[in-house]
Each structure stands twice: as C-alpha cells, then as structure tokens.
Design a binder for this molecule. Sequence first.
Ligand code: DGL
Length: 248
Amino acid sequence: MTIGIIDSGLGGYSIYHALHKAYPKAAFHFLADQRNAPYGNKTAEEIKSIAHKNIAWFKSNGINEIVIACNTMNAVALDTLKTDFPDIKFHDVVYPTVKQLEHLKLSKILVVATRLTIQSDIYARTIQSLLPNIKVTSIALPDLVQKIEGLNSIDEITGYIESNLCEKDLLNDGLILGCTHYPLAQDSFESIFKQRIIDSIQVMVELFKDKKFEEGESHCFTTKDEAYAKHQVHQLFQIEQEFTKIEV
Ligand code: DGL
C-alpha cells in the first residue's frame, strides 16, 4: 500500500526524503501543495478546506494511510479530517515530536512555528499534558516558510530569526522546531540557539520502523510549478527530484 505524505512544500519533502531513504522499497506519494503555501498565514477554516481537498485527492488515488507532514494542518484540521475520512489512517507529527521530550531532561522549552500553529497552542497543550513541569514559550515566525520556499540566503534567514527572538528566549534549554520547514534552516537556528534543538524528521522515520511495507514506486507531486519544485530540491538537497504537477 502506498503511503501519502502532505505538506505545503519543502518541509514535507524533508520528511519524504528521510522516509524514502530509510525505507527505499516502500511506496510514498508526497504532495507539496505549494500553490497554497504558506499555510501558516491562512485561517483555520481555509486550512480545513485545503486539507479536505488534498486528502480527497489521495483517497481518489487509492491511498488510505497519510502522514500529515505539516504542523499547521495537524493543529487546525486533523480532527475534522478524521471525521470526514474515517477510513483513512492519519499520522500526526506534533505528538511524536513532543514525546521526544520525555527522554530529555529539559525544563524550559521554546517552540517556534507558523502563526496558525502558535495561535492553536497545540505544542504548549501537548507538552503540558505529557510533561506539566516544563515551562513553554511559543513564538511565531510568520515569514520563515516563505523565505525557505524562496531559497533566501542563510544570512537573510538568520537575520530574520534573530529579529524575532530576544535574549531571554535564548536562555531556554530546548528549542522545538514546530514547523517541518524549519529544519531546512537548521544552520541558522544552530548559529543563534546553542542548546538542544528538536525537530520532527527522525521521529517520523522511527514511527514506521516495524511496518511491513509493500514494495512500490515513490512519486512527488506539486500543485504549483514542477520545474521550480525540482530546482528547490536541487538547491537544498542536491538531488535530481522529478515532480508531477496536479490540480487538486
Ligand atoms: N511545513 C508546514 C508546517 O509544519 C507548513 C508551513 C506553511 O506552509 O506555513 O506547519
């Protein structure tokens, strides 16, 4: 069975790339909904409607297991998706990301994510429910996804992140990258934040470690411009990745 992976763009590609590398014979269909990126600056209602259309596309392609490789979609649309598509198995990124904190002795966590993810408070709520003694500070970085999708320079990205964080934020002992795009700015984050940085990539690979995959081919799709998607992946991953443009 093919496994679907959905995001607004390159963040989901990072998860697709890690999964495909770990399980090369498994079939993954990754959809980069770049026409609607960035998701994080839209309303929750818009994201619910976009999510519904994207999941319907996977379903019409016979896919009934999907990784929501997007924190924003998880934060505002996952419950609705589970009601609308009861026969689809969804994998969320937020809970496994937070679960990693159980093995780390951290007391003060900074969460950075899109505006909609921060507004939903999903990280603070999930951390509090698992580890009530951790103090959480949440900060939105509303322009970071566009800067990553736009292949902005590392200096511009570092400057943007710095301008949104104050000295006190840097005193936390852990930083959660609560958007799947943000590991693509890892070097910038590492140059600013000197404590532990936690992301969602490896933990999503671990999630499938006992799965018996059926063999099949993997494909990448975009809702925007297949040539530009290929160029982005080439620039950021040094891979020749073909994309097929689709209408959702
Ligand atoms: N990568 C997604 C996330 O984890 C979506 C970012 C966006 O399009 O704003 O939230």
